[in-house]
Structures are given as structure tokens and as C-alpha cells.
Design a protein around this ligand. Structure first.
Ligand code: NAI
Ligand code: BGC
Length: 268
């Protein structure tokens, strides 16, 4: 038996040309999966990540698609299925912020974030589920018919002033994930989320890139370090593998304790 827990499985990671998606794509590849590196901008980065996955011994391909557009999502899945036969793992990771004080927030800022973060995950989850149901379980690959990992956030539970659109989208991801999980468990499809705390990536550079900003951020993190994309990638490999076969409908917080109400360490 192979030591690589995802040997022979086919994964698609959205928004994989940077940050958490990049780390997840590389980790899934190292665990033996073939990986679609989805991107919307950053073709060069996507190709570099594909090359790095290939160098680690797995197959990979880059596919450009805007996850908020139904036709683009459908043709991305079609291309993957035509090339590799099916899909076993979806990591719905692509996400954006468009921050604004609530009174100043435009409909465009609200809609854009909801379109990418929530509708984008809906479209990708639906295509994956359709294929999982069509194909069913292949016991030589996995005990389940398919695995979905939604990239949520601590802000699915922590309200976030100045980011109402973003926090709302992640709250929606949580209820969407649990509802799909409840509906699909009988089909042996597992659906879970990862809810990262502050992870140093391009989405939040201003929160960690200067010593002053980092010191402020650490006040919110009991474990006293800013997270790295690999912290999330390791959790993703576990949730995608049969090691978590009895786990469905959970949101796995990987946050150094950010959700532990750190203000109450001394207050209250
Ligand atoms: P990032 O900005 O490096 O990654 C987001 C990726 O999504 C980028 O590669 C971007 O090009 C892609 N993307 C944006 N719109 C897209 C679209 N319409 N179609 C396809 N791809 C699109 O930032 P990061 O941190 O790696 O974000 C990844 C996910 O992790 C996001 O869903 C984010 O909300 C979530 N997250 C990040 C945290 C952090 O502290 N970095 C904490 C909690 C959640
Ligand atoms: C946001 C980051 C933020 C982190 C912790 C994430 O969902 O995208 O900008 O640093 O939550 O607040």
C-alpha cells in the first residue's frame, strides 16, 4: 500500500495561484493527488506551481476560470473530467475582500464579495457533487464518493466591523457547507470547512507585514504566532484523506486560538 494518502486521486483547488490555495495545491500533490491549479490572475504563478507539483512526482494542470461565473466553472470541471476522468477532491478556496465602513459600502463591493466567496463556492460544490454522484465510490481510491473542503474563516463566527460583506459571505459558507453535508452524507460525500485565523498571505499583508501591525495582530492570537499557509495545507490533506472518513459537516478552526475570545484572558 502506498504511503501517500491521496495516491491516484484527482483534486481541484480554486484560487490556487497564491497564498493558502497554493500551499494546499502543493500539499495535495505531495500526498499523491493530481491537482488542478485554478487561477483568475497570475498565470505565471499558476504555471510555476504546476511545475513544482510535477517535480514532486504528481500530475498537475493550470486552468483559468472565474469561480463566480457559471459557464467558466462548468467548462473548468469539464476540462478536468475529460483529461483525468473524474474529480475526487474539491477545495473551494478562492476568496476576496473589498473592505469599507458599512455606511460607505457600495452595492458593488457587497455583491462582488458575495459573488466570489459564496456563489463561487456554490457553483464549484454543485459541479463536484454532480460528478461524485455520477461516479459513485471507487474503493481502490477512497472510502467516500468525494470530498469537499470549503475555505471559510474565523469570520464565519467572529463579527467583523468594516468587513460586513466578507463576514456575511463566510457565515453563508458555513450554513451552505453544513446543509450540503447533511443532504449528501447518504451518498457518501463528505463536506467540511476549514476556518483559518490570520494566515500571512496577500489578502491581509497590511495586518502582518510591519512589526507594529504584527504586534497588534498577536493581541488577537493566544498562540502568539501568525499562521502560515502550510498550517492550513496540512489540515486540508487530513480532511481530504480517508483518515477523516467519519468527519462530515464540521468547520475545522485552524486559528491559533483566535476564536477563544482572547480579550477575556485578563478581562471579564
Ligand atoms: P489570496 O489573495 O492569496 O488568495 C485568494 C485567491 O483567490 C487568489 O489567488 C485570487 O486570485 C483568487 N481569486 C479571487 N477571485 C477569484 C475568482 N473570481 N475566481 C478564481 N479565483 C479567484 O489570499 P488567501 O489568504 O490565500 O485566501 C484564500 C482563502 O482563504 C480565501 O477564501 C480567504 O477568504 C480565506 N481566508 C484567508 C485567511 C487569511 O488570514 N489569509 C483567513 C481566513 C480565511
Ligand atoms: C481574512 C484576513 C484576516 C483573518 C483574521 C481572514 O478571513 O481574510 O484578512 O487577517 O481572517 O482576521
Amino acid at each position: 500500500m502506498s504511503l501517500e494518502v491521496l495516491q491516484g486521486q484527482r483534486a481541484l483547488v480554486t484560487g490556487a495561484s497564491s497564498g493558502i490555495g497554493e500551499a494546499v495545491a502543493i500539499a495535495l500533490g505531495k500526498a499523491g493527488a493530481k491537482v488542478v491549479v485554478n487561477y483568475i490572475t497570475g498565470e505565471e504563478e499558476a504555471n510555476r506551481i504546476v511545475a513544482s507539483i510535477k517535480a514532486s512526482g504528481s500530475d498537475a494542470m493550470a486552468i483559468r476560470a472565474d469561480v463566480s461565473k457559471e459557464d467558466q466553472v462548468q467548462s473548468m470541471f469539464q476540462q478536468m473530467i475529460e483529461t483525468w476522468g473524474s474529480i475526487d477532491i474539491l477545495v473551494a478556496n478562492a476568496g476576496v475582500q473589498r473592505d469599507a465602513d458599512f455606511a460607505e459600502m457600495t452595492l458593488q463591493q457587497w455583491q462582488f464579495v458575495l459573488d466570489v466567496n459564496l456563489t463561487g463556492q456554490f457553483l464549484c460544490c454543485r459541479e463536484a457533487v454532480r460528478e461524485f454522484i455520477r461516479r459513485g465510490i471507487k474503493p481502490e481510491l477512497s472510502r467516500s464518493a468525494g470530498k469537499i473542503i470549503c475555505m471559510s474563516s474565523v469570520h464565519e463566527v467572529i463579527p467583523w466591523a468594516g468587513h460586513v460583506n466578507y463576514a456575511t459571505s463566510k457565515g453563508g459558507v458555513n450554513m451552505m457547507m453544513q446543509s450540503i453535508a447533511q443532504e449528501m452524507a447518504v451518498k457518501k460525500i463528505r463536506v467540511n470547512s476549514i476556518s483559518p485565523g490570520a494566515i500571512s498571505t496577500p489578502i491581509n499583508t497590511s495586518a502582518w507585514s510591519t512589526p507594529e501591525a504584527e504586534a497588534e495582530l498577536l493581541k488577537l492570537i493566544p498562540y502568539q504566532r501568525v499562521g502560515k499557509p502550510d498550517d492550513i495545507a496540512r489540515a486540508a490533506v487530513w480532511l481530504a484523506s480517508d483518515d477523516s472518513d467519519y468527519v462530515t459537516g464540521i468547520s475545522l478552526f485552524v486559528d491559533g486560538g483566535m476564536t477563544l475570545y482572547p480579550g477575556f484572558r485578563e478581562g471579564g
